[in-house]
Each structure stands twice: as C-alpha cells, then as structure tokens.
Design a protein around this ligand. Structure first.
Ligand SMILES: [Cu+2]
Length: 119
C-alpha cells in the first residue's frame, strides 16, 4: 500500500515536471499574432494558395485564412520572422498583402478564376 502511494507521488512529480518543461519551451517561442489584409483573395483556391504560402514561412506557427472577410490571422515567432517577410510570402504567391501589391509574375500564373475582376 505504501509503495503504491509512493508510486503515485512519483507519477505526480513526473507529470508536473513535464508540464513545467512544456510551459518553459513555449515561453521561449512566444508567438505574436498579426492580421494580413488579403484584398485580392476571391475563392477557395486563393485561400489554399495563400494558406500554403503562409504555412511555408519559417517561424509561422498558425494560419487562419478568412475568405469572407479577406484577411488572414497569422501567429508567428517574433524573433524568427517579421510581418514584412510574411507579407512577402503572400506577394510571391500572387496576391496582395496589406498595402503590398501582388508579384506580377506570380499573379500571371494564377488560375484565371483567381485573377481580380474575372469573377
Ligand atoms: Cu481564387
């Protein structure tokens, strides 16, 4: 009986220790959230392209593309990437990001239906 309590106590210590470790490591990787305006996003294909581009950026942790409101919420690690770099990833995928215009070459390669004014 005594050994059982001891084992339980040990298990508690281990669990608490692990939780502490996780809390610590997530602390060093504190994320910042930014909103990117995606004024030229028009359909689900656009949403996928932009989402994939954003997720490919190093330091980006979470991406929520909101097609209806033409914006994306991006959680990123501040010391690994900047908002400007995140915007550039969208620009290079052929879409406008905040006040930056889409890269002309990337835009040309988009499906016809994704080009502004073709809907
Ligand atoms: Cu589209």
């Amino acid at each position: 009986m005594k050994s059982r309590i001891l084992m339980l106590a040990c298990a508690v210590v281990v669990v608490v220790g692990m939780v502490g470790l996780v809390a610590c490591s997530s602390n060093t990787e504190a994320t910042t959230t930014t909103e990117i305006k995606l004024s030229t996003m028009q359909c689900g294909a656009c949403e996928n392209t932009i989402s994939t581009a954003l997720k490919g950026v190093e330091g980006v942790k979470e991406v929520k593309v909101d097609l209806k409101n033409k914006k994306a919420e991006v959680a990123f690690v501040a010391n690994q990437v900047t908002v400007a770099k995140i915007e550039d990833a969208v620009v290079k995928s052929g879409y406008a990001a905040n006040d930056k215009k889409a890269d002309a070459q990337a835009y040309e390669k988009l499906p016809e239906c994704c080009k502004v004014g073709k809907h």
